[in-house]
Every structure is written in structure tokens, then in C-alpha cells.
Design a protein around this ligand. Structure first.
Ligand SMILES: NC(=O)C1=CN([C@@H]2O[C@H](COP(=O)(O)OP(=O)(O)OC[C@H]3O[C@@H](n4cnc5c(N)ncnc54)[C@H](OP(=O)(O)O)[C@@H]3O)[C@@H](O)[C@H]2O)C=CC1
Ligand SMILES: C=C(O[C@H]1[C@H](O)[C@@H](CO)O[C@H](OP(=O)(O)OP(=O)(O)OC[C@H]2O[C@@H](n3ccc(=O)[nH]c3=O)[C@H](O)[C@@H]2O)[C@@H]1NC(C)=O)C(=O)O
Length: 331
């Protein structure tokens, strides 16, 4: 049996695409074809796929919704495994858990005891959410709001998956994953599943132990306090409005291109360096928010790289501050 056949057997033939353009799966809308592009629907299938590609020594890359990624124009000569569900509705199966699963476990819920070994001060009286790594943050935030749970409002407008968000401790508008996560089930590089508590995850500004140890997030647990659905939804609407006003959401991008350098804001430094609107081909520094490098048409990896390098060099020369990339490369 060929690798492709085996991958189809594990993930389901309908979830495997060949020569799939990565520009269709990244919010930057840049990137050539992935030789094989797989969208597993269940946590168990993701684990089985990773086990197979690792045992066979195949080149692979795991991604979420592609909201923080820049792919080469030449694409990816290997297997891209995407945990986002691309709007598909996953059939319930008795022996499998959908990658976009979400369970709300109120205090007193019998299923809660199966998941939490014991209540801790941070869980007592709170509602627990069990969520698969493939769920979109917007979906999880909407469900938490509907259940009257507060603490996830900040994530409603972030276009990523939960897995991607845990890996980089996603944050916006004063909130971050670290505030409400209890822990995450991870798959280690040698294929073992291991639950890491919040402390063990070592969540920092846009960083975690997951990245350093190249683990994969399978699911995560969160604890939220009760709030008022109306107020929560109002806060989410307000944050989305602020996002629309300040960020260039009409164009393809990977969100903030650079991390916040200590003591500075990347967008302000770039603007002060006179780089607002700096353009190579169809890629430019947004004139709405200079922290975003945007694709205004048929932008390419090469153009994006030239813009990024020019920005880094100019800001370094003018202000002696080095801008570290927040965006990751598919490589
Ligand atoms: N605050 C904001 O407004 C915005 C924030 N973002 C951030 O970017 C994040 C990107 O999420 P998403 O689009 O889903 O991710 P991406 O598809 O962009 O993947 C980014 C990287 O995350 C890692 N990753 C993704 N899923 C998993 C997983 N289940 N387990 C382990 N590693 C994983 C991979 O890193 P590796 O190469 O190490 O395997 C991958 O290269 C968002 O959640 C958010 O944090 C993005 C846009 C706006
Ligand atoms: C978009 C992302 O996250 C965003 C998140 O949405 C927003 C909102 O909370 O705060 C961060 O942006 P940011 O650091 O650019 O924050 P902003 O509040 O937009 O701007 C900071 C400051 O810079 C100034 N600013 C911004 C852009 C610009 O062109 N010029 C300028 O002077 C703003 O006026 C503000 O005083 C996150 N980025 C990082 C790298 O921390 C992402 O991670 O991809």
C-alpha cells in the first residue's frame, strides 16, 4: 500500500487532497501546493496519522487555521496536516472524538469527575470546558458566551484554532489563553500522550513549552466563571468593532507580523520609521496598522520576505530595536 493510500485509510479519502494550494488554507493567501493536504476529523485519526508519518519518516507539518503562517511559493513537498475542520460537520462516532468537540461541564456534572481528578481552588464553582484542538476560537467563544461563561471574550475575533492558540498563548485586548486554561493533552515527539498542567505548559508572551518540544496539542481544559450572556456578547461585539476599526481585516495577512519588542510596539516603530505603505509587488505594510504586512492582491512569499526584511533592517538602523517575527514559516 502506498503512503497516500495509507493516509487516506486513516483520515478518510474525502479528507485528503493532493497538490492542494496552501494559499487556500492560509489567511495571508500565499503559498504553492502541498503535495498531500490532510484534514483529519477526529483526535484519534490525528494521532494515528502522526504515528504513521513519523514511523515512515515522511516530511510533515501540522497547522491549524493557517492564520499565523507564511508558506513558500514553491509549496510544501510533504504532508500538511491541518486540524481545522473547514466548516465540515463531523459525524459522531462512539469510539472517536471530533477535533472540534466542545463539552461544557457545570459544577456537579457527573462527566466532570471523569475529566478532573479532583476539584482545585481554580475549578471550584467554575464551569469546565473540554475542547478539541481543531475548534475555531470564534466558535468556542460564541459557545462560552451562550452558556453565560466569562473569560474568553478576547478570543472571539482571533481567526485561529484552539491548538494554534494554546501553542503560542494567543492574546488580544488584555486577555490571553493563560488566564483560563487548566491544562492540555499533548502528543510528544516520540508519540506518547501526556497531559501538561497550566504551569507545565510554561505559557509566556506568544510562547509555550509545546513549541520548544515540538509537541502537538490534542485537546485542552478551561475553567470559566459565570457571567451574564448579554454583557459577554456586548463585550465581544465591542472588541470586534475595535478590531475592525484598527486592523486591516479586508486584506489577507497573518495578523501581527512581529512580536511586541520589550518596551515598544512594533506598529508604532514601523510607522515612525516612515514605512507605512512600504510596498513590494502586492505585499505591503498596511497603512491602517503598520504592525500588519498585508497581501493586497496576488502577493508572493518572495514579496512578503522582502517587505519583512526591509522593515526589520530599517527599524534596526533607526531605533536599534530588532523585530522578531511572530509569523511562522511552513518549512
Ligand atoms: N491576536 C490576534 O488578533 C491574532 C492572533 N493570531 C494567532 O495565531 C494563532 C494561530 O492559530 P492557527 O491559525 O490555528 O495556527 P496556524 O495554522 O497559523 O499554525 C501556526 C503554528 O501553530 C502550531 N500549531 C497549530 N496547531 C497546533 C496543534 N494542534 N498542536 C501543536 N502545534 C500547533 C504549528 O507550529 P509548529 O510549526 O511549531 O508545529 C503551526 O506552525 C491564533 O490562535 C492566534 O494565537 C493570529 C491572527 C490574529
Ligand atoms: C493581531 C495579533 O494580536 C494583536 C492584538 O490583536 C492587538 C489587540 O489587543 O494587540 C497586539 O497588537 P499591537 O501590539 O499592534 O497592539 P495595538 O494596540 O494594535 O497597537 C499598539 C500601539 O501602537 C500604536 N500603533 C499601532 C499601529 C500603527 O500603525 N501605528 C501606531 O502607532 C497604537 O496606537 C498603539 O498605541 C497583538 N499583537 C501582538 C504582536 O502582541 C496577532 O497576534 O496576530
Amino acid at each position: 500500500m502506498s503512503d497516500l493510500d495509507e493516509i487516506k485509510r486513516i483520515a478518510g479519502e474525502e479528507n485528503v487532497l493532493c497538490e492542494e494550494p496552501l494559499s487556500k488554507h492560509t489567511t495571508f493567501h500565499i503559498g504553492g501546493n502541498a503535495k498531500i493536504f490532510v484534514m483529519p476529523q477526529y483526535i484519534e485519526d490525528l494521532v494515528a496519522l502522526l504515528d504513521y508519518v513519523r514511523r515512515q519518516n515522511l516530511r510533515y507539518f501540522v497547522m491549524g487555521n493557517g492564520s499565523n503562517l507564511l508558506a513558500y511559493d514553491t509549496g510544501y513537498d510533504g504532508i500538511v496536516i491541518a486540524t481545522h475542520m473547514a466548516g465540515k460537520t463531523v459525524k459522531e462516532k462512539a469510539d472517536k472524538t471530533a477535533l472540534d468537540t466542545l463539552q461544557i461541564l457545570m459544577p456537579g456534572d457527573l462527566n466532570r469527575k471523569k475529566i478532573l481528578a479532583e476539584e482545585q481552588t481554580e475549578t471550584e464553582g467554575k464551569t469546565i470546558i473540554f475542547a478539541g484542538s481543531g475548534i475555531m476560537l470564534s466558535n468556542m467563544a460564541a459557545k462560552a458566551a451562550k452558556a453565560g461563561l466569562t473569560g474568553f471574550e478576547f478570543a472571539g475575533g482571533i481567526p485561529g484554532t484552539l491548538g494554534g492558540a494554546v501553542v503560542m498563548n494567543a492574546g488580544a485586548y488584555g486577555g490571553e489563553i493563560k488566564d483560563s486554561i487548566l491544562g492540555a493533552m499533548t502528543l510528544t515527539k516520540d508519540g506518547k500522550t501526556e497531559y501538561l498542567t497550566k504551569e507545565e505548559l510554561e505559557l509566556g508572551y506568544r510562547s509555550s513549552r509545546i513549541q520548544k518540544e515540538e509537541r502537538i496539542v490534542l485537546w485542552a481544559l478551561f475553567a470559566f466563571a459565570k457571567g451574564d450572556t448579554q454583557k459577554i456578547e456586548e463585550t465581544m461585539r465591542d472588541l470586534n468593532q475595535r478590531r475592525r476599526e484598527k486592523q486591516p481585516l479586508q486584506y489577507g495577512s497573518a495578523g501581527s507580523t512581529f512580536k511586541r519588542p520589550e518596551g515598544y510596539f512594533a506598529g508604532k516603530l514601523i510607522e515612525d520609521a516612515g514605512l507605512k505603505g512600504y510596498r513590494v509587488g502586492d505585499v505591503m505594510v498596511s497603512d491602517k496598522h503598520c504592525g500588519f504586512v498585508v497581501n493586497v492582491g496576488e502577493g508572493t512569499y518572495d514579496e512578503a520576505r522582502q517587505v519583512i526584511e526591509h522593515v526589520q533592517k530599517t527599524v534596526e538602523e533607526k531605533f536599534h530595536v530588532s523585530l522578531e517575527l511572530e509569523v511562522k514559516m511552513i518549512q
